[in-house]
Design a protein around this ligand. Structure first.
Ligand code: AHR
Length: 323
């Protein structure tokens, strides 16, 4: 009997230890515990964002319980429920899509845990379900992409420019706003025609697939490719070359993010313009966590300052990107 009790006790201890090991750090009484649900690892942007949040949590001495949802909203909802059960001090998450968060965020609200949206926003009738949003201004990214195109159109002096759009994950904030900003800016310019928008889900493999489909359907009538992120652009470029076209010359390539690999390709002339979207949101997130923990007011929205880089610029001036 004694032996059975010892075995059972050991099993319970191992189980408890495994539970703790899942998290980045365990919490001491004085430490702040942040639960963060990352939506996935679909791009170098996302991987850079995950690393920055981990680095900055360590920098600020904040314990981080991070879970990666591998592109599944259900997994994000489960992670948020675990954070509530664990009674973290603050919950942060990057919502994969905008709709469907009210129930779980109501649970966080009932538990008195403040919620911070990182990178993307949500759609809800109840504004009290989250404290604030830290992320890019995706609408203005779409505006910048279109502004570049209009300048290029003037220089090319053509009557018509046919655009194909490869969009990010359907119903996500960057997909919706990058599209809206672009469309609003080209609206009324009779030279610009959008032939089709296809969903590339922010993935390199899908970028390649979408490009194959678009080339098959529209061939050399495509003048411009507007891709919602670098990952999909990098997937699309070899397909353009395989079809016998030179990206950056036969077709104007416009991308978003500004990761190192894409910036190197921009310097080679195969991408014409990249609108920056920075993943370095970690220090703003940690400052916000500290402020919330101290009961201070925080700005409802914080957008990082972002640039764009194009074949009109001196590209040698662009430094190491860090993602
Ligand atoms: O939400 C930000 C977007 O998501 C980035 O542009 C993209 O690369 C990422 O996957």
């Amino acid at each position: 009997m004694k032996r059975l009790t010892a075995v059972l006790l050991a099993a319970v201890m191992i189980f408890a230890l495994c539970g703790c090991a899942k998290h980045e750090e365990t919490k001491t009484d004085s430490q702040i515990l942040l639960g963060f649900s990352q939506l996935g690892s679909e791009s170098s942007w996302r991987i850079g964002n995950t690393k920055d949040i981990q680095d900055q949590a360590a920098n600020y001495g904040i314990s981080l319980m991070m879970e990666n949802a591998n592109q599944k909203q259900d997994k994000q909802i489960d992670a948020i429920r675990r954070f509530i059960a664990y009674r973290v001090d603050v919950i942060a998450f990057s919502p994969i899509v905008e709709d469907g968060w009210d129930n779980v965020l109501n649970e966080a609200k009932q538990a008195g845990i403040p919620v911070v949206l990182v990178d993307r926003t949500i759609r809800t009738e109840d504004e009290s379900l989250y404290k604030c949003l830290i992320g890019a201004d995706f609408y203005s990214e779409g505006v910048k992409a279109a502004a570049y195109l209009l300048k290029k159109a003037d220089d090319l002096g053509k009557d018509t420019l046919n655009v194909v759009e490869i969009t990010g994950t359907e119903d996500s904030t960057p997909m919706r706003q990058r599209q809206q900003g672009f469309m609003d800016t080209i609206a009324g310019d009779e030279r610009i025609h959008v032939l089709e928008s296809v969903n590339g889900d922010f993935l390199k493999s899908r970028g390649a697939e979408c490009m194959r489909y678009l080339l098959e359907k529209y061939g050399d009538t495509i003048d411009v490719i507007y891709s919602h992120n670098d990952e999909m652009t990098i997937g699309a470029l070899p397909e353009i070359e395989k079809a016998g076209f030179t990206p950056g010359k036969d077709m104007v390539i416009i991308s978003i993010d500004g990761g190192q690999e894409a910036i190197d390709i921009l310097k080679q002339g195969k991408i014409n313009c990249i609108v920056e979207c920075t993943p370095m949101l970690g220090s703003t997130l940690m400052e916000t966590v500290l402020a919330l923990k101290n009961g201070e007011e925080v700005p409802r929205e914080t957008h990082a300052a972002e640039k764009s880089f194009s074949d009109y610029d001196n590209l040698e001036e662009i430094g190491e990107r860090g993602y």
